[in-house]
Design a protein around this ligand. Structure first.
Ligand code: NDP
Ligand code: 2IT
Length: 457
């Protein structure tokens, strides 16, 4: 009996290592993609050990290879009538559970590695939501900073002029991510509608409420993150009340995470943008942050002009040296490295939950887990945004709108369920309390079983 278990473990390890070695060889210049894959692969040994059929069906190699990667030229005219060229992407990774689903990122750092890491993560995140959505991601190396409204509109129209032929309400449904909010989704949607000559509202999510968009989509990722942390705290017999919180970023996810954490009685001490962070020991004035970021489209450093209690500090990593009970990275990938993790641990941080995608590198994750910090990985903790996107698709299919409260209640239920699934899978496979392993396994198993049921193609 013992011999059999040992040999199954060995067999599972060898299989996973083999797939990873081949992946490294094929994608040697894609560090973000390999990082995301490694994090998931490391969690899967017990799954393959207990399900040898997954090896027989070679599910890991089949899931880690995207269905297709589309890359295209986007030419557009700036306000000086100069023609600019950017590169657009859509990675359609896996549609076992539903149409490809995932956001669009407009940021100068966008490349194939980043698109693939995001799309790969999205498969398992979407599976965890329990909604019928597959995994995909897209975007462009277009930099929206400093562009006029007309330039943004022309870029979005040019982007959709190519993208439209690859998407559809039953095919692939993009939404927002960094640099893409309701304004950009509106421009993309308008262009899709004109080209298709039909009101296929379910082709994009994150639309303006009342024009095909769902109430509470804007709030969903941030609120969902806080609902998820509420579950983590519940297991430790704690709540948000009077906890100190540090949130990185000051975009869509960060703003609504701050709002909901404050609603639950937490004191949020700091937030940031890519240039620096503000520290307000009396608690962030979220109305002011919204005015600066959502209405004026300004930088976060202007906050200190209105709040004498606050200070501004240049650079992104310093924010993690502010002592806090709960840290919520909500800006971008790899914003917490091993050093920042050790600083947080030394300062007594009890909970770290990821609003951003892959904000903690592998070293940081290991530091948190080894130190007994409660760690909520992004694919579980930030799934609220895409979950409400799926609810937007459902409303669009039913040609109806639900109230804010109805959507928010469903979101709350979904986040509780994601926590429960992750926590139970961790226990079942011998890693109680490890939500990284738990969420990776819970998401992976759903996709693997679906893939096997489809047969080989
Ligand atoms: P936004 O564009 O609204 O905001 C991004 C924020 O992060 C800004 O404050 C931005 O600062 C900061 N930021 C971006 N790039 C960097 C960088 N390289 N270094 C430091 N800070 C940076 O995006 P979102 O809030 O939508 O997205 C934030 C994160 O959450 C991303 O990882 C995204 O993938 C993830 N996410 C988003 C979801 C959504 O529904 N929107 C759902 C799930 C996850 P600056 O303004 O200076 O660029
Ligand atoms: O990373 C993410 O989950 C998102 N950017 C949201 C994707 C979506 O389709 O709503």
């Amino acid at each position: 009996m013992t011999t059999q278990v040992v040999s199954n473990t060995q067999y599972a390890k060898e299989y996973i290592d083999g797939v990873f070695e081949a992946l490294k060889e094929k994608n040697a210049h894609q560090p973000e993609f390999l990082q995301a894959a490694e994090e998931i692969f490391l969690s899967l040994v017990p799954v393959f050990e207990q399900n040898p059929a997954y090896i027989k069906h070679n599910v890991l190699a089949r899931i880690v290879e995207p269905d297709r990667i589309i890359s295209f030229r986007v030419s557009w005219q700036d306000d000086n009538n100069k023609v600019q060229v950017n590169r657009g992407y859509r990675v359609q990774y896996n549609n076992v559970i539903g149409p490809y689903k995932g956001g669009l990122r407009f940021h100068p750092t966008v490349n194939e590695s980043i698109m693939k890491f995001l799309a790969f993560e999205q498969i398992f995140k979407n599976a965890l939501t329990g909604q019928p959505i597959g995994g995909g991601k897209g975007g462009s190396d277009f930099n929206p900073k400093g562009k006029s409204n007309s330039e943004i509109m022309r870029f979005c129209q040019a982007f959709m002029t190519e993208l439209y032929r690859h998407i559809g309400p039953d095919v692939d449904v993009p939404a927002g991510d960094i640099g893409v909010g309701a304004r950009e989704v509106g421009f993309l949607w308008g262009q899709y509608k004109r080209i298709r000559g039909a009101y296929e509202a379910g082709v994009l999510t994150g639309k303006t409420p009342g024009y095909g968009g769902s109430l509470a989509r804007k709030e969903a990722t941030g609120y969902g993150l806080v609902y998820f942390v509420e579950e983590m705290l519940r297991e430790a017999n704690q709540t948000f009340f009077e906890k100190t919180v540090v949130v990185s970023g000051s975009g869509n996810v960060a703003i609504y995470a701050i709002e909901k954490a404050q609603h639950f009685g937490a004191r949020v001490l700091a937030c940031s943008d890519s240039a620096g962070y503000i520290h307000d020991p009396e608690g962030i004035d979220i109305k002011l942050v919204k005015e600066i970021k959502e209405i004026n489209g300004d930088r976060i450093n202007t906050y200190v002009e209105y709040r004498p209690t606050a200070t501004y500090h240049e650079g992104c990593t310093g924010i993690w040296s502010i002592p806090c009970d709960i840290a919520l990275p909500c800006a971008t990938q790899n914003e917490i490295d091993g050093d920042s993790a050790r600083t947080l641990i030394a300062n007594g941080t009890q909970v770290v939950a990821e609003g951003a995608n892959m904000p903690s590198n592998l070293e940081a994750i290991n530091e948190f887990l080894n130190a007994g910090v409660l760690f909520g990985p992004g694919k579980a903790a930030n799934a609220g945004g895409v979950a409400v996107s799926a609810l937007e698709m459902a409303q669009n299919s039913g040609r109806t709108y639900w109230s804010f409260q109805e959507v928010d209640e469903k979101l709350h239920g979904i986040m509780k369920s994601i926590y429960a699934q992750s926590s139970e899978a961790a226990k079942k496979y011998g890693y109680a309390g490890n939500l990284v392993v738990g969420s990776n396994i819970a998401g992976f198993v759903k996709v693997a079983d679906g893939l096997i049921s489809e047969g080989v193609y």
